[in-house]
Write a protein that binds this ligand. Structure first.
Ligand SMILES: NC(=O)c1ccc[n+]([C@@H]2O[C@H](COP(=O)([O-])OP(=O)(O)OC[C@H]3O[C@@H](n4cnc5c(N)ncnc54)[C@H](O)[C@@H]3O)[C@@H](O)[C@H]2O)c1
Length: 335
C-alpha cells in the first residue's frame, strides 16, 4: 500500500483523488491546500472533461496542511502528488525528491525550460522516482495511435494534426500569463509532447499565434518539421468565445487508413479504411487512471518509469519555448 499526499486540491487534485479512491495499492493520507474549504473537501472545482473531478470522497481520515512543504515533511507520505499551479511544480518536486519521496508532478513539468532541465537532472540522480503526469501518453485512443505509428499497422504517417481548442477556463491563475504560460504552455504542451512521443525530436518548429487574454500565447498553430513525415501540425488554444467548450481531436493520415479522434463524440476514435468508417473499441475511462496505475506499478516494482522520463518532460517545455520564439521571430526555430 503506497501512502500518498496530494498537494493542491483544485480541479486536477480532485481528479487524482478520484483515481486513488478506487485503487487498492494506494491510500491518500494527507492533502495540502491554502484554501480551507478545499483541503477539507467542501468544494470541488470542475475540470475541462466530463467525468473529471467528481469529488465527494470522505476527507476525515486525511491529515490536512495549508502549506505543501509541511505535507512533504509528513513522515507517512511516500508519494507526493503535485497538483499545484505551475510555478510551484519544479521547486516542490525538487524538495520532495530531496526528502526521499516519490513524485508525480502535473504537467507542465516546470514553468521554464531552465527549471525543467534542472529538475530532470536532480530526478535522474535521486533514489526515489519522479514522473510527470503527461496524461495523453496514457489516454485511451492516444495510446492506440502511438502503437499504430510504432508498428506501422497502416503504413507510414503522411500527415498528423492534433487539436486542443477551448474557451478560457476562467480561473484567476489561468488568466495570468506569467504564471501559467498561456495556452501554449498550459494546454498545447500536451500535443507538443505527444508529437515528440510519436515522431521524436523535430528538426525545427514553425509557429504562428496570438495573445488575447493572458499576455502570453493564447492560441498557437505549429508545424513540426521532420525529414521523413510530410506534415505534422498541432493547434492549441483557449481564446475561443465563452460557450465554445473544450475540443480534443486528432486526424492522422497513414498510407493505408485515416484515424480520426474526437473526444466529444460517443465513439471518439474512428478508423477510415477501404471505403468504410468504423469505431475502434477503446479501454474505458481517462488517461489519469492509467498514468497513476502505471506510476504506482513502477514504485511497487522498483522500476524507473519509462513511458515518460524526466528528460521527455523537460523536452516538452523546451519545445513550447521554441514555438514561442518562432511566433516572435516569424521564422522556423531549429531544435
Ligand atoms: N493533466 C491535465 O490534464 C491537467 C488538467 C488540469 C490542470 N493541470 C495542471 O495542474 C495544475 C493545477 O491546475 P488546476 O486546474 O488543478 O488548478 P486549480 O486552481 O483548480 O487548483 C490548484 C490548487 O492549488 C492550490 N494551491 C495554490 N498554491 C498552493 C500551495 N503553495 N500549496 C498547496 N496548494 C496550493 C490552490 O488553492 C488550488 O486549490 C496546473 O499546473 C495545470 O496546468 C493538468
Amino acid at each position: 500500500m503506497i501512502k500518498v499526499g496530494i498537494a493542491g486540491v483544485g480541479s486536477i487534485g480532485i481528479t487524482h483523488l478520484d483515481v486513488y479512491a478506487k485503487r487498492k495499492d494506494a491510500r491518500v493520507v494527507a492533502v495540502a491546500d491554502p484554501i480551507l474549504e478545499r483541503r477539507e473537501g467542501r468544494t470541488v472545482t470542475a475540470g475541462n472533461i466530463r467525468g473529471q473531478a467528481q469529488g465527494g470522497m470522505d476527507f476525515r481520515t486525511f491529515r490536512k496542511y495549508a502549506d505543501a512543504y509541511d505535507l512533504i515533511a509528513d513522515p507517512e507520505v511516500e508519494l507526493v502528488d503535485i497538483c499545484l499551479p505551475t510555478p510551484h511544480h519544479a521547486p516542490l518536486a525538487m524538495a520532495a525528491l530531496k526528502a526521499g519521496k516519490h513524485v508525480l508532478v502535473e504537467k507542465p513539468f516546470a514553468r521554464t525550460a531552465k527549471e525543467a532541465d534542472a529538475l530532470a537532472r536532480v530526478a535522474d540522480q535521486a533514489a526515489s522516482f519522479l514522473m510527470c503526469a503527461m496524461c495523453m501518453r496514457f489516454w485511451p485512443g492516444w495510446d492506440w495511435l502511438k502503437q499504430a505509428i510504432e508498428r506501422k499497422t497502416f503504413g507510414k504517417v503522411l500527415a498528423a494534426h492534433f487539436r486542443r481548442v477551448a474557451s478560457h477556463p476562467g480561473r484567476p491563475f489561468f488568466l495570468d500569463g506569467k504564471a501559467c504560460g498561456g495556452a501554449l504552455l498550459d494546454l498545447h504542451v500536451h500535443d507538443a509532447d505527444f508529437v515528440h512521443y510519436c515522431f521524436g525530436k523535430p528538426n525545427a518548429v514553425f509557429s504562428r499565434g496570438y495573445s488575447k487574454l493572458t499576455g502570453a500565447v493564447d492560441h498557437v498553430m505549429t508545424h513540426y518539421l521532420y525529414d521523413d513525415i510530410p506534415l505534422v501540425t498541432a493547434e492549441g488554444g483557449w481564446a475561443m468565445a465563452p460557450g465554445f467548450g473544450f475540443h480534443m481531436q486528432y486526424t492522422v493520415n497513414f498510407e493505408h487508413a485515416t484515424a480520426v479522434y474526437d473526444l466529444n463524440t460517443p465513439e471518439p476514435l474512428r478508423l477510415v479504411r477501404q471505403g468504410k468508417s468504423r469505431p475502434v473499441k477503446l479501454r474505458p475511462g481517462m488517461g489519469y487512471a492509467y498514468e497513476i496505475a502505471y506510476f504506482l506499478q513502477c514504485i511497487r516494482q522498483g522500476r524507473r518509469p519509462q513511458t515518460v522520463t524526466p528528460a521527455d518532460a523537460a523536452f516538452s517545455i523546451a519545445l513550447v519555448e521554441a514555438e514561442a520564439r518562432s511566433i516572435r521571430s516569424g521564422r522556423p526555430e531549429r531544435l
